[in-house]
Every structure is written in C-alpha cells, then in structure tokens.
Design a protein around this ligand. Structure first.
Ligand SMILES: *Cc1c(COP(=O)(O)O)cnc(C)c1O
Length: 343
C-alpha cells in the first residue's frame, strides 16, 4: 500500500479527555457528540468509535449519507437536516432518527408512519426548525419525540441573545411529549448548567477547539505532519515561492514540505505559520502553494528529504494567526492525509 507524504497525528487520549471534560461540564445532562462533516475532518467512524468507547451515547450528523457511514457501528444517531423525500427509504430503515425541522418534514414523517424522531425548534437563529408558537400549536401531537432541540447563535460571546434563546426554549419544558431537551453546543456548555437541559451536543471542543475561556483545559487533538520533498540553500537576495513575497536577507537553509492549501493549510499561514522539529521552530516563509510550503531549517541541520515535520496547529492560536475559524481549520483538512491515531 502506498503511504501518503502527509499524516494527521490524532491524539485519542485527548479526544476522550475532551469528551469527559465536556461531560463533566454538562452536569447531570448527558453529553453527546456532533460528528458531521466527517467528524469535523478527523474521520467520522474513527471519532465515533472512540467517543462511544469513552461513554458517549448520542451522535449528530448533517445528512443521511453520513448516517449510513456510521450505521455499522450501531450507535444512536440523529440527522440534523431532517428528511427530504429522497431520504425516506434510508430514514425508514431505522439507521438513525431524523431531526424534523419544518411542518412539511413532520407531515412526511407522519404520512410514512415513521417512528421515533427528534424535532428542532428555532429560538432566534432563523436557520432550521419550528418556531416555539408552531411547536405549541398542536403540530407535534402524536409524534414520538426523543430529543426536542434548539441551537444557539452566539454562545461563544456574552450577549443578551443567549438568555433570550434559553428563555424561549425553556417555555417548551413539560409542554411536549419529548423525552429529552437539548440546547447547548460546545460554547453553550460554557454558558453554565442552565443551558445543559438533558443532553448537550458539542462538536468543536471535542476536537480541540476552544470557543470560550471556560474551556481552557480542552486539549489539542489534531497535528498535521508533512514530509520534506527537497532541502535547498537559498542565497541572500533570492526569493521564494509565488509572487516572490519573501526575499532571503542572508543565505538561508530552506525545506520544501508536502502540504498546501489543498490540504487545509490555508494561504493565511503564508509567512506566519510554523513547522516544528522536536523543540525547534521552523518558520513558514513565502506564500503557501496548493501542495507545498517552504520553511526555514537553518536551526535544524540534521533535517533532510523524507524527514517529517509537524505544523503548529493548536486551534485557537492557528485560527488567530491564519484568519480562518477554528471550525474551518478542522473541516478544511483535505483527503490526502493518512490518519495516525495515538492512544
Ligand atoms: C454543528 C452543530 C452542533 C455542534 O456545534 P459546535 O459549535 O461544533 O460545538 C450542535 N448542534 C447543532 C444543531 C449543530 O448543527
């Protein structure tokens, strides 16, 4: 089997630890996991398997294709985008519950004789879900609802909208047949126990994202690593890469590594990102190309072609440096990496 010149170092212990941290912060509520978008780029099956082992029981994906990928694991999965007509065969096969978002989806589920479902309530984000008034109008009567959920728009900051969404959602307590209520994503867990209800649904923080200061103990899970394709000396006065944005002030030892913006190592890291060889920092110079990046290896005389270099990818710092969100840095990781899980 050919191996890739890129690998994702994935820390299974950090993933499990992050889930336990969020579970503890969720108080008496259960802590689920959003594993949509291929487990935020880390591999949905790998992530869900490890989280289930840690004790996680409720998983959330966006589409039925994502649910089908997880089906062999036999987990409890909810499909956030609900049901289109073309989803019905898979939805009725019982591999996951739909999260019904609109009166039309509810009607479709009822007409098909669907069983247990979840329902999304819109409490102000104006994205998906029934309004609170709609939910109280009788449209849910007779549905077998496991989770009644809503989603916070601004949980990463302290604004009045959080409290308003909480109050709107709390109005539904005891007024539907739902077995459980769920409001908080990762950041929402940091807003405190009032937001936890019966079940929380973190994604980002499981994978090392830190949306709020309360989550400072969240650990980094993902580190991209790339192999050196070529090492060269760039003489003083010569430039490197597209548009010659970097000119060497003195003779410089440069390594060209096998990663680029096609792998999610975005152009925002140009001249800003940093490679790492043990403790030695290897600054990125010049513009990030589609498949290649140049780093300064003056301080690493032993590094040569074929050697592996890690890239600084602690999400809060990497997001601040690159101008991308922590979410984009995760889900942007391309398909050319070989996953390397370490226990
Ligand atoms: C993606 C998503 C989550 C997880 O959000 P994070 O901010 O990644 O923790 C939770 N609930 C819903 C409805 C989502 O779409």
């Amino acid at each position: 089997m050919t191996t890739s010149p890129l690998r994702l170092r994935l820390d299974a212990a950090a993933l499990a630890s992050n889930w336990r941290t969020l579970d503890a912060m969720s108080g008496s509520a259960a802590c689920g996991a959003a594993v949509k978008a291929n487990g935020y780029g880390l591999g949905a099956v790998d992530v869900a398997t490890r989280l289930a082992r840690a004790g996680c029981r409720d998983f959330f994906v966006a589409t039925w294709a994502e649910a089908a990928e997880l089906a062999p694991l036999g987990l409890s999965v909810s499909v956030l985008h609900g049901i289109r007509a073309e989803d019905m065969p898979l939805a009725l096969s019982g591999i996951a519950r739909p999260v019904l978002n609109s009166p039309a989806q509810i009607e479709r589920w009822r007409a098909a004789g669907g069983g247990v479902c979840d329902v999304m309530i819109d409490t102000g984000m104006n994205r998906l879900g029934l309004s609170v008034d709609q939910a109280l109008s009788g449209v849910l009567t007779g549905l077998e609802i496991d989770v009644l959920m809503s989603h916070l728009a601004c949980a990463d900051v302290d604004v009045a909208m959080n409290g308003a969404q909480l109050a709107a959602f709390a109005e539904l307590r005891g007024r539907s047949s739902a077995r459980r209520m769920s409001l908080a994503n990762s950041a929402g867990i940091g807003l405190g126990p009032d937001y936890a209800f019966d079940l929380t649904r973190p994604g980002l923080a499981l994978y090392g994202g830190v949306p709020r200061a309360e989550m400072a103990t969240i650990q980094q899970v993902v580190t991209p690593e790339a192999q050196i394709v070529q090492r060269r000396c760039v003489p003083a006065g010569a430039s490197i890469g597209y548009n010659a944005t970097f000119t060497a002030a003195h003779d410089a030892e440069i390594a060209i590594i096998n990663i680029g913006y096609a792998d999610g190592y975005f152009r925002g890291f140009s001249g800003i990102g940093c490679g790492r060889w043990g403790d030695v920092a290897l600054p990125v110079v010049g513009r990030v190309s589609m498949d290649l990046v140049a780093i300064v290896v003056d301080r690493a005389p032993g590094l040569g072609e074929g050697d592996w270099v890690a890239l600084d990818y602690a999400l809060p710092a990497a997001a601040a440096a690159s101008g991308m969100s922590q979410y984009e840095l995760l889900v942007g990781l391309g398909r050319r990496f070989d996953p390397h899980w370490t226990a």
